[in-house]
Write a protein that binds this ligand. Structure first.
Ligand SMILES: Nc1ncnc2c1ncn2[C@@H]1O[C@H](COP(=O)(O)OP(=O)(O)OP(=O)(O)O)[C@@H](O)[C@H]1O
Ligand SMILES: [Mg+2]
Length: 224
């Protein structure tokens, strides 16, 4: 059997501000296989975003080990980690985080710029992903000219354009009405069925039902 895509062993993350020390994550053991669609559920302050930042290589464990694709991320310096991130992970955010005053097409093409892909190929690949997500008639629209659900689909297209092994979504439906939120979940289910590994953070039990697997966080620990 091949190694899991993600392996966390005894991960602890302590925030030390000088005044206060908070163990935001403690003794986290977690394996995510290629092809999983995992929902991470928990109340406010339970450590979801902290876990997301570690999984996304935006932050490192204080102690414990994180292996991504079989490789210990402690072996990389910050530049190396940024490169791993850009090659391996697509991020989807609650607030979409699209570039304002910039077309859907340019937003989706942007991550390819950092990979040195020539402009013509960037635009062709971004167009193909947007068409696949049903936004082929919105390529020239700027974020303010799109609905919330459409903006999030652009956000998902941007996460997909680099063809990453892993999609990490932090509260992707948090700003959407329930109908648009359900569409986003259906879209992610379709991506998962075609083989994409997805980790989605949510505090909404109903949204979490859309995943194939759930872990529950409370006070920085996995409780179920
Ligand atoms: N930079 C920081 N410095 C100190 N403590 C922090 C910092 N960031 C988070 N914390 C603490 O770590 C714990 C976990 O925070 P985290 O943001 O991961 O929770 P969360 O589950 O994402 O919450 P929410 O649902 O409100 O987004 C909280 O108790 C929080 O107060
Ligand atoms: Mg959070």
């Amino acid at each position: 059997m091949s190694a899991p895509l993600i392996e966390l062993d005894g991960v602890r993350r302590v925030y030390d501000t000088g005044r206060v020390q908070v163990a935001a994550l403690d003794r986290i053991d977690l394996q995510v296989a290629s092809g999983d669609f995992l929902a991470v559920v928990g109340p406010s302050g339970s450590g979801k975003s902290t876990l997301m930042h570690i999984l996304g290589c935006l932050d490192r464990p204080t102690t414990g080990r994180y292996r991504l694709g079989g490789v210990d991320i402690a072996d990389f310096d910050d530049d190396g980690l940024a490169e791993v991130r850009s090659r391996t992970i697509g991020f989807v955010f609650q607030d979409y985080s699209l570039l304002p005053g910039t077309s859907a097409l340019e937003n989706v093409a942007a991550p390819l710029l950092y990979q040195g892909v020539p402009r013509k190929e960037r635009l062709a690949r971004a167009t193909a992903v947007l068409e696949r997500l049903g936004l082929g008639d919105r390529l020239d629209h700027e974020p303010t000219e799109l609905s919330g659900g459409q903006q999030q689909r652009v956000g998902i297209a941007r996460a997909l354009v680099t063809n990453p092994a892993l999609i990490l979504a932090d509260e992707p439906t948090g700003n959407l009405d329930s109908a648009s939120g359900a569409e986003v979940i259906q879209l992610m289910q379709g991506l998962n069925r075609s083989g994409r590994t997805i980790i989605m953070i949510t505090h909404d039990a109903e949204v979490a039902q859309g995943a194939t697997r759930q872990v529950h966080l409370r006070d920085g620990r996995i409780v179920a």
